[in-house]
Design a protein around this ligand. Structure first.
Ligand SMILES: Cc1cc2nc3c(=O)[nH]c(=O)nc-3n(C[C@H](O)[C@H](O)[C@H](O)COP(=O)(O)O)c2cc1C
Ligand SMILES: [Fe+2]
Ligand SMILES: [Fe+2]
Length: 405
């Protein structure tokens, strides 16, 4: 079995999961659970893997060293995809210390109910000597759990960043320079959009903190996807754009429909956007997964949402999407809503109500059309698209755009 080296005496010992397709509602094409082994006077394992991959983790460790020789186990994050292996690993290695944050200690007890494990709680800035090398810790609360922390290997300038800077990306290769940059960046974008958007204020604070500390980062080793060794600055730069909600000047028309009336409206809205010189994408929720739509929402500057009314409410796929999007809290965009209806037409008002909870400007009160739209009503849809386009352009030009509702 090949030994995968990050640097001298530092190895990747994780597992590639080619099977998982759903990660709590986020569609993925497999992922990796990265764990890292440092051989020094104090042999250290950083993070473990999801439960079913415990055997593979041990196998990879044994390929390098007897697991019993591991002295320290660092738990950067307690979520099961990184700690599921812990009970078995603890039996196998019996370490001198389980290093975790204060919140990590609490979460470990609440997950595994083992007060007898040799916890060693660290706080930000604390250092532990391994022999030749030094580990230093940085608590990253709510990125994305209260227990999350980073571990920095000073001499080698490697930042083990837990879930941050990760991507659900399964590949035979382990480093950024060995895979397609387009696919990698798309997966990293999808990861931020679906896991971190709501924690953007924490990401902003963290990036400022890391900059202030002037940490030289030669390698960024997250717990999912590849290790960023050729250009770690690229993903840090992307995070600084995403966490400030910088828009790309593009619009999304996202809709669902029963008998295609709302679809006709969506296509006319898109025409209006185009007439206004705005690039757009059309997402029919019947064929697009919520997490793929969310990936585009992250960078889009305008959202136009369409649903007809079903049983005095929105269509179920729009409910699903908006509940999902509301939780992730995208911000700094303009939006409008539309939909066909028969007699009561509540869907548009309901979509507006959800948008109003977010830091997103409603630039139109919403367009409703009874049953099947005719030529003039489709013209109103085109006009709606133009209105959204103009509001978005004003926002991009730095003008203050007020909500109409
Ligand atoms: C099962 C069902 C329930 C409906 N419930 C409502 C309703 O509560 N209020 C309303 O205004 N229209 C209701 N409608 C009418 C639709 O909103 C209307 O047919 C609309 O044109 C459908 O647009 P679409 O083709 O974009 O789905 C309902 C239609 C169906 C099939
Ligand atoms: Fe996590
Ligand atoms: Fe994770």
């Amino acid at each position: 079995m090949r030994k995968i080296k990050l640097a001298n005496n530092i190895y990747w010992v994780g597992a590639v999961d080619w099977i998982t397709r759903d990660f709590h509602g986020y569609s993925i094409n497999g992922t990796t659970y990265n764990a890292f082994l440092i051989i020094d006077d104090k042999v250290t394992l950083i993070d473990t893997v999801k439960g079913p991959y415990t055997g593979e983790l041990l196998h990879r460790i044994r390929n390098i060293i007897d697991p019993k020789k591991i002295d320290y186990l660092v738990v950067n994050h307690v979520e099961m995809d990184h700690s599921g292996a812990l009970p078995e690993i603890m039996e196998a290695i019996n370490p001198e210390k389980v290093i975790c944050s204060k919140m990590g200690h609490k979460a470990l007890l609440q997950h595994f109910h083992r007060p007898d494990w040799p916890y060693h709680v660290v706080t930000s800035g604390e250092e532990i000597r391994l022999g030749q090398r030094t580990l230093s810790f940085l608590e990253t609360r709510m990125l994305h759990w209260p227990d999350s922390m980073f571990t920095y290997l000073k001499e080698d300038q490697i930042l083990f960043s837990s879930d941050a800077f990760g991507a659900h990306f399964a590949s035979s290769e382990r480093f950024d320079d060995e895979v397609s940059q387009d696919i990698l960046m798309r997966e990293a974008t999808k990861y931020y959009a679906n896991i971190l958007t709501l924690y953007s204020p924490f990401v902003q604070k963290l990036l400022a903190q890391v900059q202030e500390m002037q940490l030289p980062i030669k390698m960024l080793a997250p717990d999912h996807g590849v290790v960023w060794r050729s250009n770690p600055a690229a993903i840090i730069e992307a995070y600084s754009r995403w966490c400030t909600h910088q828009g790309n000047g593009k619009a999304l028309v996202i809709y669902d429909t029963m008998w295609d009336s709302t679809k006709m409206m969506a296509r006319a809205v898109a025409e209006g956007l185009h007439e206004q010189g705005v690039e757009y994408k059309l997402f029919d929720l019947q064929v697009n997964h919520r997490s793929d739509v969310m990936t585009d929402v992250l960078e889009a500057s305008a959202l136009v949402l369409g649903s007809s009314t079903l049983n005095n409410g929105m269509l179920p796929r729009m409910v699903d999407f908006l509940m999902y999007m509301r939780g992730l809290r995208p911000a700094k965009k303009v939006a409008a809503t539309f939909g066909s209806y028969g007699w009561s037409g509540e869907a548009v008002g309901m979509m507006n109500a959800i948008i109003k909870e977010l830091d997103i400007v409603l630039c139109h009160k919403g367009l409703k059309v009874p049953y099947v739209p005719e030529h003039g009503q489709l013209g109103q849809c085109v006009e709606l698209g133009r209105t959204v386009g103009r509001a978005m352009q004003a926002m991009m030009a730095g003008e203050k755009v007020e909500s109409v509702l």
